[in-house]
Design a protein around this ligand. Structure first.
Ligand SMILES: Cc1cc2nc3c(=O)[nH]c(=O)nc-3n(C[C@H](O)[C@H](O)[C@H](O)COP(=O)(O)O)c2cc1C
Length: 202
């Protein structure tokens, strides 16, 4: 290798090293801000599914893990003066059109849904994204429902014989959400003693 060639290789290596250091520093500086924004977003979504519920505990530290048909679910317990008033089920479905859909389902101590929000998804814009509250109010159709409100067969989209609207040209996404919400209600009904009596960890 000529001296000239060796010198240009070391210049490229030096520039690559500086760029890597720059990217790493930018990431290190931005990371706490990203974490803070994620925590804030999550707290807003928890508050949205519990909008009519008064609670005074630090709900994000009062958790329980349960196994479900959709895998592991984190349950956040809301309490007022130590008494459980509601629980939020943080669950994921793989039955959507495109990847994971993460959903929060709030359920009160009477087994009634206090709110549902999709907190992340990759469904197709204009087709499956009407599950987002910012795109349509479809997700509010679950409010106040309980297992006693509908027959088991009604917990489906209309195309499958149930009570819930599908979207024009998009049945897979709403079908996945209806199935998940119904399963969370059933899980809550099976495990409510455990969910509400398990010692608070905050
Ligand atoms: C490019 C493309 C993107 C699509 N995105 C979605 C989607 O996000 N959600 C959805 O339910 N269906 C989506 N569909 C339509 C589904 O493939 C399917 O036809 C529709 O959900 C009806 O389902 P069904 O036959 O089970 O009733 C998409 C189709 C195409 C071609």
């Amino acid at each position: 290798m000529t001296a000239e060639r060796t010198s240009s290789v070391s210049t490229v290596a030096w520039i690559a090293g500086v760029c890597t250091l720059l990217v790493a520093s930018i990431w290190l500086l931005a990371e706490p801000r990203i974490k803070r924004a994620e925590t804030q977003y999550f707290a807003t979504q928890i508050a949205a599914v519990l909008s009519d519920i008064h609670f005074d505990n630090r709900i994000t530290s009062d958790t329980l893990e349960l196994e479900s048909l959709h895998g592991r679910v984190t349950v956040y317990r809301a309490r007022e003066n130590g008494i459980p008033v509601a629980a939020v089920y943080d669950a994921v479905t793989l039955r959507g059109y495109s990847g994971l859909i993460r959903v929060l389902v709030g359920i009160d101590s009477n087994g009634e849904i206090t709110g549902v929000r999709v907190i992340s998804h990759r469904e197709t814009p204009g087709l499956g994204d009407s599950i987002e509250i910012s795109k349509s109010d479809w997700i509010t159709g679950f409010d106040n429902l309980s297992l006693n409100s509908l027959l088991p067969a009604d917990w489906q989209v209309k195309k499958d014989g149930g009570q819930f609207d599908q979207f024009t040209g998009a049945t897979i996404t709403p079908r996945a959400i209806v199935n998940l919400v119904h399963d969370m209600l059933k899980l809550h009904s099976e495990k409510s003693n455990l969910v509400f009596n398990h010692t608070a960890n905050n």
